[in-house]
Design a protein around this ligand. Structure first.
Ligand code: ATP
Length: 506
């Protein structure tokens, strides 16, 4: 164990931590530990009072917002970057949220240098492994398997141990994009591969804020594109006039951020957004659905959908996508849809698919006619099973009144072939107590009522197999369901009658 004397110069301390990778060094006087210097102490002393870029320093906010394990992880990456003389930044949503006092856990790291080399150095020092993409200059450091070792190594001496469950499974390291990868003929500029250019590729100014982490610059806010002012003014602003043309999904993202934070899309950005609506045609259903799913997970999803409808975004995605008060209420119901435990175990319909987001899409599209629904589902590239469930839900909803009056055996004949979720959604959306009663009785009683007689019994009677097996067994089941028989004897008697009625060639 390396120790330092009380009068060790800061440079020595820094050197010791850098060389050993330890986050704390005991201070020893006359053979006794009189204190411990931690990495954070050192960074705080070294960090200039005024941020190097002349702007804000967020070190305190950072430390207050992250669990110690996540913070320690950032700090060892920062040290490794410093050893490579590469600037390391945490960028984007994390910094935005830190400033908005809505701290999030997930940070994106960008290094002005070689992220792959950085990943390699971390593996060498701490273990784990990296997966890399040479073309993009990215490395994913897999630390799931070394969490407990990391926790041990980075826990403060004499302090509470780090909670290893706070370490993520992986950590992404990204090299600031170097322009010469994409424009081989461009003249080299001092800013190529710089954080500033990297940030310029992002969607909105509020997402371009970066906080530097290495060495003296620990905690410095870098605001190259006016993000801070927009964050303070509550504006969602693109970085350049072709932003929505480059990527029309940003239209949906703009609405998402605007409504999430109660911001405004800045007027010029709004104009660009409206001009780009027709380009949504080019965006794949997968990307659109991905954005919609993101919105549906937010508490402000209704405001987001309303705003999209007002702006003509739904119209541009697919003209049949509905939005009105009724759609809102249906989707709310869909979002809260659960499968009651008693309904889950249908023998022939193991529930293979998650309830969400399927129940929301079902609730959303259930008012369309079947053709429109298929077309809208195709546009959103909903998986085939979801599309089938939408078809089923539309069909059931359209015959609700009829179903409400059916006999138990008729209900069973109708429902047995329908997927569970479409029945659950139709039930949740219905106000008709008779229909709801039928669905409940079906799930809780009727679906599991079967006659005592089986196909084996018919074989044992030397009846040659064929489609009449099903007819006979269905008739027995229907008789039980409708209360026409209620004992084994009555079933046997009915079976004899049914067999007598079979045509001779069956
Ligand atoms: P959230 O809080 O919803 O996670 P986020 O800002 O972290 O929001 P992500 O969708 O996780 O957003 O994206 C991470 C970062 O990547 C964003 O901050 C943004 O800068 C950038 N980004 C994501 N999608 C795009 C895009 N379509 N165009 C440009 N930049 C994007």
């Amino acid at each position: 164990q390396v120790t330092v004397p009380p009068d060790a110069p800061l440079e020595t301390l820094q050197q010791v931590m850098t060389d050993t990778g330890w986050g704390q060094v005991p201070v020893v006087e006359n053979g006794e530990i009189i204190g411990i210097v931690t990495r954070t102490d050192l960074l705080k002393i070294l960090a200039p009072k005024q941020a190097a870029s002349g702007q804000m320093n967020l070190a305190d906010k950072l430390e207050a917002s992250l669990p110690p394990a996540r913070l320690a992880l950032l700090q060892i990456v920062a040290e490794a970057a410093q050893r490579q003389q590469a600037a390391l930044y945490v960028v984007g949503g994390f910094v935005r949220d830190l400033l908005l006092e809505r701290p999030s856990l997930d940070y994106d790291l960008v290094v002005e240098g070689d992220a792959i080399a950085l990943g390699r150095a971390l593996v060498q020092q701490y273990g784990g492994r990296t997966t890399t993409h040479r073309r993009f200059g990215t490395a994913k450091w897999q630390i799931g398997s070394i969490r407990s070792k990391l926790a041990e190594q980075l826990s403060p001496i004499g302090g509470p141990p780090l909670d290893e469950s706070n370490f993520p499974e992986t950590l992404d390291l990204v090299s600031a994009r170097r322009e010469f990868y994409t424009h081989p003929t461009a003249l080299p500029t001092v800013e190529r591969g710089s954080i500033k250019l990297d940030l310029h590729r992002r969607d909105f100014t509020i997402n371009t804020l970066a906080m530097r982490l290495d060495g003296h610059y620990y905690g410095d806010l870098h605001d190259h594109w006016g993000g801070l002012a927009d964050l303070q003014a509550g504006l969602v602003r693109v970085l350049h006039s072709l932003s929505f043309v480059d990527d029309p999904t940003r239209i949906l993202r703009a609405v998402r951020f605007e409504q999430r934070f109660g911001y405004q899309i800045e007027p010029r950005t709004l104009e660009l957004l409206e001009n780009a609506l027709s380009l949504l045609d080019r965006v794949s259903g997968d990307r659109i659905r991905h954005e919609l799913n993101h919105m549906l997970q937010e508490s402000a999803w209704e405001a987001m959908f309303a705003r999209m409808s007002d702006l003509g975004v739904f119209e541009a995605i697919h003209p049949a996508l509905p939005w009105d008060q009724a759609a809102k209420e249906r989707m709310r119901t869909g979002l809260n849809a659960r499968i009651p435990p008693l309904w889950a175990g249908r023998p022939a319909h193991q529930l293979e698919h998650p309830v969400q987001p399927a129940a929301v899409y079902l609730s959303w599209l259930i008012v369309l006619d079947a053709g429109e629904a298929v077309s809208a589902a195709n546009r959103l590239r909903l998986p085939g099973w979801m599309s089938d469930q939408i078809q089923s839900a539309i069909a059931i909803r359209s015959m609700q009144d009829e179903i409400a009056r059916m006999s138990p055996s008729q209900v069973v004949a109708k429902f047995d072939s329908q997927p569970t979720l479409s029945l659950v959604v139709c039930d949740a959306l219905s106000n008709d107590p008779n229909f709801k009663q039928q669905v409940k009785a079906y799930f809780e009683r009727w679906q599991s009522i079967q006659p005592g007689t089986s196909g084996y019994d018919l074989r044992a009677r030397d009846i040659p197999p064929g489609p009449h097996y099903k007819r006979v067994l269905d008739a027995l089941r229907a008789a039980w369901l409708d209360g026409k028989i209620s004992t084994t004897e009555e079933e046997t008697a009915l079976l004899e009658d049914l067999l007598d009625e079979l045509p001779a060639d069956e």
